[in-house]
Design a protein around this ligand. Structure first.
Ligand code: PGA
Length: 316
């Protein structure tokens, strides 16, 4: 195939934006140039790459195949660039990370110290729930992932690096606050704030409640751990959250952890990448940084990670 790299770049940009005009803007070229490059590329391939239905631009089957190939080619070229700069003794390039919602309480700190060592790299961190993260994996969008439930249908290399326990959180004036060994059945009928479907937290909670025959009264469904904390503080009900999401709230004293049997639900954060993926030197370096720094953090925070109800007892 006689396509030029420039044509492939134009094609990938049109596919990403779903628009010739936006691709032209992003590439600082004119819209007729974009159209003519795509036309020539389609001529080389021998099949149309896009079809326009109404105002919407769709990739044809040949277009889909070409897009997958393009992304692989660009990734290899990026890796080559990074390897060259590595050989020259400098670390440059882009680090793409995908992380579940609770990891946002930890991963950005690591990025801070990492960037001090490698100030010239660009970083993208996408924070989303498990379902969306699995989709990103299927599209090979990131170098590394941080998650707590490994999807069954994606082949991954993964390593656990820190505990991520899920605890029952209530407002500090909740009648069960400060009580020890609360039977899980006491949660029956409790007003409850649930994460959205697609959330790994929600799945873990639903599995435990089903096993234990607990039926809470779901008052509200929210897609953000922070919004759930505010809803608890606002008196809408209790919820189950990662212990990590409580760090910033500890000082305010508005929220408390309930000592309910079968909690915390034990979970771990894993760092992962797609099986068969060739990690870039930057991704490899960040992976080592994450493993070393999380081991230090775990050693420095024994109370936080292992004494889940310390927060409630201090106040009781
Ligand atoms: P979630 O995952 O955002 O999909 O609920 C969070 C977690 O498992 O810690």
């Amino acid at each position: 195939m006689q396509a030029t790299l420039h044509q492939l770049k134009v094609f990938e940009t049109v596919a990403r934006y779903g628009s010739f005009t936006k691709a032209a803007e992003a590439l600082y070229i004119t819209q007729p140039t974009v159209s003519s490059q795509i036309k020539q590329l389609a001529g080389t391939v021998g099949l149309p790459l896009f079809e326009q239905i109404g105002k919407q631009l769709y990739l044809t089957e040949a277009g889909q195949e070409l897009l997958t190939t393009c992304r692989e080619v660009f990734e290899q070229l990026d890796n080559f660039d990074m390897k060259v700069s590595d050989l020259k003794g400098t670390k440059q390039g882009c680090l793409r990370l995908g992380a579940i919602t609770t990891a946002k309480y930890f991963v950005p700190r690591l990025l801070g110290s990492f960037c001090q060592h490698y100030p010239t790299i660009d970083i993208s961190l996408q924070v989303t729930n498990h379902q969306n993260l699995t989709q990103r994996m299927l599209e090979n969008k990131d170098d590394l992932y941080v998650l707590s439930q490994r999807p069954q249908d994606v082949e991954l290399w993964s390593q656990a690096f820190l505990e991520n326990p899920l605890v029952v959180v209530a407002r500090s004036d909740h009648p069960l606050a400060g009580k020890r060994n609360i039977a899980i059945a006491r949660l029956n009928g409790e007003p409850f704030i649930m994460r959205e479907s697609g959330s790994g937290t929600r799945q873990a909670v639903e599995e435990l409640f089903e096993q234990q025959g607990v039926s809470v009264k779901v008052r509200l469904e929210l897609g953000s751990n922070e919004a759930i904390k505010h809803a608890i503080a606002g008196g809408l009900g209790i919820s189950v959250l990662s212990r990590h999401s409580l760090i910033p709230s500890m000082s305010s004293g508005e929220l408390t952890v309930l000592d309910v049997e079968h909690f915390p639900i034990p979970r771990q954060w894993y760092v992962a990448y797609l099986g068969g993926k060739q990690l870039s030197p930057i991704a490899e370096t960040f992976l080592q940084h994450l493993l070393v720094e999380s081991a230090k953090y775990s050693a420095e925070q024994p109370e936080f990670l292992h004494d889940y109800t310390a927060l409630s007892r201090k106040r009781a």
